[in-house]
Write a protein that binds this ligand. Structure first.
Ligand SMILES: [Zn+2]
Length: 480
């Protein structure tokens, strides 16, 4: 019975809709219907995804970048090595164009640094100075401590901050870790803690590391000084020690710390470079789709997830298209940005140098959310209508990439290096990764290649190759 009825079911709708089907068939004969993106690109995308999943260069490239070169802070010899390495590797892949474009970058130098607790008991506290911080005077800063949980609490207890080392014990919120939702709230303390503490006469600021999980690892990152306030040294301490200091204070124990930092910023910017490689378009080579990640990192760990993963994904995606001999109508341009971590000079300089061709840019993609599994695409465009159309088109393209994950397209952040080009009018795309464990190792000594899941990285390569190929090949510019 079951079989019988299920066999009969398809008959009745077909009969019922027969006139409609006939009409559709007639109009298809009269006027050639434009193909949907799915109809047109399903085979190409499946071919790209399958080929990348079978074999791609991302892990071997990441091993060379992380194990042979290591971390890559702006202005460091390691970053210079990484730039030369990327050029060599992209040239060896036989791309149509490979080169560098000079970018002047800030050079911050960490030097020796330490935090010691003197009272209530002597001990050394794990720490990392924050990028951009000034150093301490020779001999360090020895001072009593004020622990606060927030800027609001500092405001209330401002008078107690004078002459002290202020410790910000703000815990990164844990909601929606997959999308890294807690970062924005917590990073305000890393970036602005020193300035806020200095306004109240503090001598230094220590900030609880921006992470929800910790095994005594301090997390560095960029900071900035507001105008008109004394520049005081600042560093990150671990979540464990931030909490211990808070407990000691709440029990009325006086805490004395000594902070030593040799940190300094070079008086003048130093030369670095963005690396560029192209697969030239077959019909409209002057129209450009950028795929990208940033080559610089902090001076700890090996920058494997931040953002070695984005760098090798873009490189391996271009290599994969080249190997498949797929040449889209427009040009796909890999850009490996310099100086994302402490200046965004790579993104800003690209915008200036390429000002006369920005109108011919169609889209820019950045992967800078680590190497967790791909989870979708954030879409930005200045024009709301353009953004809505881009989300719809990209949703269709991503629907073809199902073998690499269930990937929606939505209104969302693109990437720090491409964002300066938002006002140029084209579509900016952030290739998003599952960030559940991103902040566990973010900007730490533990950001090393053993944390990278090769399968997730492979899927990033597949998605970036497929999405950039379709956007570079489709009739209309994405968003139009
Ligand atoms: Zn990054």
């Amino acid at each position: 019975m079951f079989r019988l009825s299920s066999r009969r079911l398809p008959v009745s709708p077909a009969v019922r809709f027969a006139p409609a089907l006939l009409l559709a068939a007639c109009s298809a004969l009269a006027v050639e219907q434009p193909q949907t993106l799915t109809e047109r690109y399903e085979r190409d995308v499946q071919r790209i995804v399958a080929a990348v999943q079978a074999d791609n260069d991302a892990m071997p490239l990441l091993q060379e970048l992380c194990d042979d070169i290591g971390h890559r802070l702006s202005g460091s010899p390691q970053l210079d090595d990484a730039i030369q390495w990327a050029v060599r590797r992209l040239r060896a892949a036989g791309h149509d164009f490979v080169g560098t474009e000079t970018v002047m970058v800030t050079q911050w130098i960490r030097g020796e640094e330490s935090v010691e607790m003197l009272a209530p008991r002597p001990m050394s506290i794990p720490m990392l100075g924050l990028g951009g911080s000034v150093g301490t005077p020779a001999g360090g800063i020895t001072a009593d401590v004020l622990v606060v949980n927030s800027f609001e609490e500092l405001q209330q207890r401002g008078s107690e901050a004078r002459g002290r080392i202020v410790v910000f014990n703000f815990a990164m919120p844990t909601e929606n870790e997959r999308e890294g939702a807690g970062y924005g709230a917590a990073v305000r303390y890393r970036y602005g803690g020193a300035g806020a503490a200095a306004k109240h006469g503090a001598r230094a600021a220590l900030v609880r590391s921006v992470t929800t999980r910790s095994l005594q690892s301090p997390h560095t990152g960029g900071m900035g000084y507001p105008d008109g306030v004394e520049q005081i040294p600042t560093a990150a301490i671990t979540t464990e020690f931030a909490e211990m200091l808070a407990r000691l204070q709440s029990r009325g124990q006086a805490i004395t710390l000594r902070l030593n930092m040799e940190a300094r910023t070079s008086p003048a910017p130093v030369p670095s470079a963005n690396v560029i490689a192209e697969l030239r378009g077959r019909e409209r080579p002057d129209e450009i789709v950028v795929i990208s990640g940033h080559l610089d990192s902090w001076d700890v760990g090996t920058g494997a997830q931040d953002d070695g993963a984005g760098v090798v994904t873009a490189m391996a995606a271009l290599n994969a298209l080249k190997k498949l001999d797929l040449r889209p109508r427009r040009t796909i341009r890999v850009v490996l940005w310099t100086n994302e971590e402490n200046g965004i000079a790579g993104g800003r300089t690209y915008k200036q140098v390429h000002a006369d061709e920005l109108a011919r840019h169609v889209a820019a993609i950045e992967l800078d959310s680590g190497a967790g599994a791909p989870i979708g695409y954030g879409v930005e465009a200045q024009d709301k209508g353009k953004r809505a159309r881009a989300i719809e088109q990209l949703g269709e393209i991503l629907g073809l990439c199902r073998a690499a994950g269930n990937l929606p397209a939505y209104e969302g952040y693109s990437g720090a290096d491409i964002r300066p080009m938002l006002d140029a009018g084209f579509v900016l795309l952030g290739q998003d990764a599952d960030m559940t464990h991103y902040f566990d190792i973010h900007h730490t000594e533990a950001d090393t290649i053993d944390k990278i899941d090769p399968k997730a990285l492979t899927n990033h390569v597949a998605v970036m190759a497929a999405v950039s190929y379709v956007i570079a090949d489709m009739d209309e510019r994405i968003g139009n």
